[in-house]
Design a protein around this ligand. Structure first.
Ligand code: SF4
Length: 948
């Protein structure tokens, strides 16, 4: 090909870098390895010139997505905060003065120190999408406040809690499909930003092998668009659809009975004594072990008796004369009920009965007729030797789309039940755990909430209750936590309920707080339901004119909407300028065959007066005298976060990083190694250790895996367990609701607990839908995260803004026809809480009863350094304005939280609306009121390396 004479000569071999630094991407939560190309700039400082994927990295193997490569523009974002700020105008105005770090830290220490000396629970410390929760939770625990959590409560706690209570692990960081061997793969409610590169790599491997991919999602974008079959389900009905598949499997006898008998509690005997305090609990022996009826001996024996094989279908008379009924019997009765027949659920799910039947048959055929074998002997925890590993090559993955409903916990349980019935968990071709999982629920701590002045909390805030006795309630029944997690409102709120913090704090319910301390959580905008209401709560004043939340401290790297509501702003660095720890104590990057963790480190120095938040927190901890952050003389124990990463021990020999411990040759367990962070840098920023071949499958029951997990410090003793298809903790809550036991729920919650705490996965209609007239609000409305943006971060990014600078409302063709809407028209969308007027685009790739849009594109004027008139502020919009943190009034004087009743997960996707054509306004409504930007606005052209 020849070049025209007037064309510029391309530089085909540009000098890209003086050096390449390997660290971890943070443009989303996937934690891919990246090579950052660095060049000396005109000012003599190192500058980032290019980012590419690290080919050796276990997470992405060189693959980089659009977000990842646009990290340069995140690093150069005009929205970066530059110096600590103290508010000098009304809250919300964005008026600040810059202050020095010493003044900022002294102010924070003064506010926080006073609280700790008097009443530590008056601090509410909540973090967003940070990846340092093992540090932030330790800090809060040492402070002594019960009020700590990260953003899981409004993200995917249903998925995590359902997984851990059912099978000791969940999807994403903690488990993955066997991409190499699965022959049929179903994904439910997965947006493109979740586990992004690993899923894309996995899907390509499935496609290369000709495996079938089925996407279950109301919206056909991203992964669902490349699936072999798309099931355009109606929001909130995934659980019903899955249980109809279960109905079919039971009806056709296509369940893996041997797997159920061996690896689940299907054979455990339930006390069948309706109306008594033990009904539905396991019959146990004198040692407290659940009993089975051994079909070989005909005797009642403990479930883990070597050689015993449980009867699954025979009722027995227990020694005390009561009837014992195997869990399997209860399952068969529950799931063969006509309520779950395909014909009974089809219309509600938006999936035909024939499709449900066909998919159930396909799942069974692939699982049982295309079984695969890995010729690898292994030994189980009872000493039984197995010659080979037999696999059922059906794998599932699910995420927030099914989770963010008021029936999400049970839906997630139903998906786990389905894959367990097929025998496809932890076998070749199925779903596989990633270290540090699997772990039975009993291996996790209980929640702690007792607080005393100047004293740490007696244990971790967040944990896994086994029954009503573990709730965090005061003697008068009021909540110990500001968000009311672990109360009868949300007993298994294992990630807290961040979406209720500001509302409860503003109401002083259950009590007033003094300081709201937020990190990286845009709670004044896209991370809150009822966005306008939240802004009012953050600025609400009492009779004397004082703010009802007296102090707000906010730490972030960027000038988000929430910055304007802070009294004190602690500016964070970008991800290329600080240390971070992607830890096995938190959310690591392991794979099913290997354990892995990673670091970030400052590949460039900040050019602003900012500090990594984790280092700031460690310094604050020392200033406040928190024991874990002080040395024997009371001075600072750690220099900064890097020092903490290397020297902190959570238990003797166990620290934030697993690799190169002790003298540098020990992994998993070992004394702290001061050179550890340097060793990670030398190794490309990560550490990985292969699981021995014999230990790679059947991990909960595999003796070799259990021993390896102990050796690596994941657990302290072998802890084999079986999957809990019948959840005894849920039954305990139900029994309490029936009036049994010492710990009793308030009367107004008894019926709801009875309905929603089924010990077997069940389905009930989402609460908002049940509370509203379906004729008035006939449509569902949801958001979907795009592949090219992660939450609100992308709208400051010059490259990513070009992909999603605005977000139309996508309207199914049939709904658009009925409303007379054409592309480019505007529509009014109304919920029980509010209305928006927004631009419309028609679509055929969507469930016919569902409106949708991209998440978090709309921005408030003045935020994110966007220039006046930026499309994000004029055409972009948020669905959040339509969603309330409370359900519609029921007429009994109470408003229930818009949450899952089991876990407290925010039910974002329960939203019901109506739509009508509207006159085009000047901009999307509600139009945001401007904030003053503490960082000014960005230039017209943002350039790097001299080129736009
Ligand atoms: S998926 Fe993309 S944005 Fe997310 S960590 Fe990987 S490269 Fe970065």
């Amino acid at each position: 090909m020849t070049r025209r004479r007037d064309e510029p000569a391309p530089d085909l071999s540009p000098h890209m870098a003086d050096e390449v630094a390997q660290t971890t991407c943070y443009m989303c939560a996937c934690r891919c390895g990246i090579d950052v190309f660095l060049k000396q700039g005109a000012d003599g400082r190192k500058q980032v010139s290019y980012i590419q994927g690290n080919r050796d990295h276990p997470k992405n193997r060189g693959v980089l997505c659009a977000k990842g490569s646009a990290g340069i523009m995140q690093h150069l974002s005009p929205a970066r905060l530059r110096k600590p700020l103290r508010r000098n105008g009304p809250r919300g105005s964005g008026e600040f003065e810059e202050i020095e770090w010493e003044e900022a830290l002294s102010l924070a220490t003064e506010w926080l120190g006073g609280i700790r000396e008097t009443d530590p629970k008056r601090l509410a410390f909540f973090t967003g999408r940070d990846q340092s929760q093992s540090l932030t939770s330790l800090w809060a625990q040492e402070f002594g406040t019960p009020n700590y959590a990260a953003h899981g409560g409004f993200c995917s706690v249903n998925m995590a809690a359902a997984g851990i209570y059912t099978m000791g692990g969940a999807f994403w960081e903690f488990g993955a499909p066997d991409w190499e061997r699965a022959k049929m793969f179903m994904l439910f409610g997965v947006a493109e930003d979740h586990d992004s590169n690993p899923i894309k790599l996995g899907l390509s491997r499935l496609k290369a092998r000709g495996a079938k991919i089925v996407g279950v999602n109301p919206v056909r974008t991203g992964y669902n668009a490349i699936a072999d079959e798309w099931v355009g389900i109606t929001p909130g009905t995934d659980g019903l659809f899955v249980l109809a598949l279960v109905h079919e499997l039971f009806g056709t006898g296509r369940v893996d009975v041997a797997y159920l008998a061996r690896y689940t509690n299907a054979g455990w005997l339930l006390v069948d004594a309706p109306g008594t305090a033990k009904h539905g609990l396991f019959a146990r022996d004198a040692d407290g072990k659940a009993l089975i009826l051994d079909r070989k001996t005909g005797k009642l024996v403990a479930w883990d008796t070597p050689g015993a094989v449980p009867e699954l279908t025979v009722d027995v008379t227990l020694p005390d004369g009561r009837t014992g009924r195997p869990v399997f019997q209860r399952m068969a009765a529950a799931y063969l009920a006509e309520d779950y027949a395909p014909e009974a659920v089809a219309a509600r799910c938006g999936v035909t009965a024939a499709t449900i039947r066909r998919l159930a048959a396909e799942l069974a055929r692939v699982a049982f007729e295309e079984e695969i074998v890995v010729e690898r002997p292994w030994t189980d925890w009872l000493g039984r030797r197995h010659d080979r590993m037999v696999g059922r090559p059906v794998a599932f993955h699910a995420m927030r789309g099914i989770s963010a409903h008021s029936n999400g916990f049970q839906t997630c349980r139903a998906i786990h039940l389905l894959q367990i019935l097929l025998g496809s968990v932890e076998c070749p071709g199925g779903f596989r755990f990633k270290p540090p999982y699997p772990k039975p629920v009993e291996a996790h701590p209980k929640p702690h909430g007792d607080t005393h002045p100047c004293a740490p909390l007696p244990g971790p805030h967040l944990g896994f209750p086994a029954g009503p006795e573990d709730l965090l309630l005061e003697a008068d029944g009021s909540a110990q936590r500001i968000d009311k997690a672990f109360t009868w409102d949300a007993p298994l709120a294992v990630h807290g309920m961040m979406h209720m913090v500001i509302a409860n704090a503003a109401e002083g319910d259950p009590y007033r707080i003094d300081t709201l301390f937020l990190y990286m959580a845009n709670m004044a905008w896209n991370s809150s339901m009822n966005t306008g209401g939240t802004a009012e709560m953050l600025t609400r004043a009492d009779d004397k004119g004082d703010y009802v939340i007296p102090h707000i401290i906010y730490a972030d790297a960027y000038s988000s909407e929430t910055v304007a509501y802070a009294d004190l702003v602690l500016p964070d660095t970008t991800y290329l300028e600080r240390h971070d720890c992607i830890s096995l104590l938190d959310r690591p990057i392991s794979e099913p065959d290997s354990l892995a963790d990673a670091i970030r480190w400052p590949v460039v120095d900040p050019d602003r007066d900012v500090r990594g938040f984790q280092s700031v927190l460690i310094e604050l901890g020392a200033r406040l005298g928190l024991p874990a952050f002080c040395d024997a003389e009371g001075g600072p124990k750690y220099r900064d976060y890097a020092d903490y990463m290397a020297r902190h021990e959570r238990r003797p020999g166990i620290g934030p990083l697993a690799g190169w411990r002790g003298d540098g040759t020990q992994h998993g367990r070992g004394a702290p190694n001061p050179d550890q962070v340097a060793r990670y840098r030398e190794n490309g920023g990560f550490f990985t250790a292969e699981i021995p071949e014999e230990a790679q499958f059947f991990k909960p029951w595999n003796a070799a895996y259990q021993d390896w997990a102990v050796e690596m410090g994941l657990i302290d003793r072998p802890q084999p367990y079986v999957f809990q298809l019948w959840s005894e903790p849920l039954q305990k809550f139900r029994l309490a609701a029936e009036g049994h036991g010492e710990h009793q729920p308030p009367d107004h919650l008894r019926a709801r607990i009875g309905d929603c705490f089924s010990p077997l996965p069940a389905w009930y209609p989402p609460f908002e839908e049940a509370a509203l007239d379906p004729a008035a609000y006939p449509l569902h409305a949801i958001t979907q995260r795009p592949a090219a943006m992660y939450h609100s971060w992308g709208s400051q990014n010059a490259w990513l803004r070009q992909i999603h600078g605005e977000n139309p409302l996508y309207v199914p063709n049939e709904v658009a026809d009925a409303a007379g809407l054409a592309d480019g028209d505007w529509a009014r969308v109304t919920s029980h809480h509010g209305e928006i007027v927004v631009p419309v685009r028609r679509t055929g790739a969507c469930n016919g009863h569902t409106l949708w849009t991209w998440n978090a594109i709309g921005k408030r004027k003045g935020a994110w350094a966007l220039r006046p008139g930026a499309p994000e502020t004029t055409k972009g919009f948020l669905m959040n304005h339509l969603i309330h943190e409370l359900l519609p009034p029921k007429g009994d004087g109470r408003r229930w939280t818009n949450s899952d009743p089991v876990t407290g997960q925010a039910a974002w996707f329960d939203l019901r609306v109506r739509i009508e054509k509207a006159e085009a306004p000047a901009e999307s409504l509600p139009a945001s009121t401007p904030q003053r930007s503490p960082v000014g606005t960005g230039p017209d052209d943002l350039t790097y390396g001299g080129k736009p």
